[in-house]
Design a protein around this ligand. Structure first.
Ligand code: SF4
Length: 397
């Protein structure tokens, strides 16, 4: 039932929950996505068990168009090939000239050249080169290192399109992305996603370094993000501090190791096998849907349908749900706002705020010139989040 994770913690094996289905391997993208909704028990337990959520969603009739478009993948591959051509010549020029790094001499090891051999062989080669670099300082650029991370008992191999770059005895992750940096600015969501993925690589690289008997801090929290600049194919590099993302990923991975608590509460014999019992099994685990799930989880269409059917506050957005702390249903929130439901002790404060917001809203509407404008009433900002939530709720009702 349990084994040892690379970080020395006992981890669980929930593979029986797959009901005999093949495990779904994690990659940095899926591991980074774990951090997008850390409070969701459904996702937590399915990921911990290595359940193929895409297959589950399809079986449930809620297949989600998920993942990168073919166009984005092709563009990304072309840009990466350009940056890495001739032993990363363009990348080195960038790091030297743009960031002013003093890189005296360079060697380049492409670990993909280990070719079609098994992942274990490629990982062993990565270990060997990293061990040599840590002992002797030999080696500058390690392309396509094959890293490993234990995810709740599942051994995940991570094949980054990144380079581990050694400078002054410390390693940095270099992540190549194809989204554009225009006038020094990029889409914050894309940068955040790249930072989360890089943090996963930093974590895996640190585990490897620790496993080789060295200080994991020799892998820097500063990564270099390489993107096309100003609608051209010319690359630009930006240093990125991923400490916040590292803390989040670590916290979420620790949380996954406690997914056995959730699993223990499942009905006897419950599995996520792709059979007629699947809907019941999925519904047996609590979800925490928010619109943000649409960009990060294969189960999003199913969970959205379920959340709408039961009137969950999360359907209005994570902010509304958080502001309504503890009030999970829209019906309950409206009843509290109208004063027709007696709040429990833990809902008393939220109920008071909702009643205040509802009163201000009524007064604002009464004072508004006729006919009242369809736009949001002026009272909303007066009492902050709850007023906005009440306004959204009333308009939703
Ligand atoms: S889509 Fe469903 S399973 Fe996935 S994170 Fe959101 S609520 Fe959880």
């Amino acid at each position: 039932m349990s084994g040892d994770a690379a970080n020395g913690q006992a981890v669980l094996d929930l593979s029986h929950l797959r009901g005999g289905e093949a495990p779904r391997n994690h990659d940095a993208r899926t591991i980074a996505a774990l951090t997008a909704n850390p409070g969701c028990a459904r996702r937590g337990v399915m990921d911990a068990a290595g359940v193929d959520k895409d297959a589950v969603a399809r079986r449930l009739g809620f297949a989600a168009p998920f993942g990168q478009s073919q166009f984005a993948i092709t563009r990304g591959n072309a840009f990466e090939a350009q940056v890495k051509a001739d032993g990363c010549a363009e990348l080195l020029a960038l790091l030297r000239d743009r960031l002013g790094l003093e890189i005296p001499e360079v060697s380049y090891d492409d670990l993909e050249s280990v070719g079609t051999e098994s992942r274990e062989v490629r990982h062993a080669r990565t270990r060997h080169l990293m061990a040599r670099a840590l002992e002797t300082g030999e080696g500058t650029l390690f392309d396509h290192p094959l890293l490993r991370l234990d995810i709740a008992g599942q051994r995940a191999y991570l094949e980054p399109d990144v380079i581990a770059f050694q400078l002054g005895g410390r390693f940095h992750v270099v992540e190549v992305k194809s989204f554009a940096v225009v006038d020094g600015q990029a889409e914050p969501e894309q940068v955040a996603a790249a930072a989360r993925q890089s943090a996963v690589y930093v974590l895996a690289l640190r585990e490897l370094v620790a496993d080789l008997g060295h200080d994991p801090e020799r892998v820097s929290h500063e990564v270099f993000l390489v993107c096309p600049e100003n609608f051209s194919n010319r690359p630009t590099a930006t240093p990125l501090d991923v400490r916040p993302q590292l803390a989040t990923v670590r916290r979420q991975l620790d949380r996954l190791t406690r997914a056995d608590d959730i699993a223990r509460q499942l009905p006897e014999g419950c599995t996520f096998a792709l059979d007629e019992n699947l809907p019941e099994a999925v519904r047996a685990v609590e979800a925490r849907y928010a619109p943000e799930c649409m960009a990060s989880c294969e189960m999003a269409l199913f969970c959205r349908d379920e959340a709408r059917a039961c009137g969950a506050t999360g359907t209005l957005g994570r902010n509304v749900r958080d502001e309504l702390g503890g009030v999970d249903s829209l019906v309950t929130a409206l009843e509290l706002a109208r004063g027709v439901r007696e709040p429990s002790e833990d809902m008393a404060e939220t109920a008071e705020q909702l009643r205040l917001a509802a009163r201000l809203r009524r007064e604002a509407l009464a004072a508004a010139p006729t006919p009242p404008a369809p736009a949001r009433p002026a009272a909303a900002p007066l009492v902050g989040g709850q007023a906005r939530s009440a306004d959204v709720l009333e308009r939703t009702a």
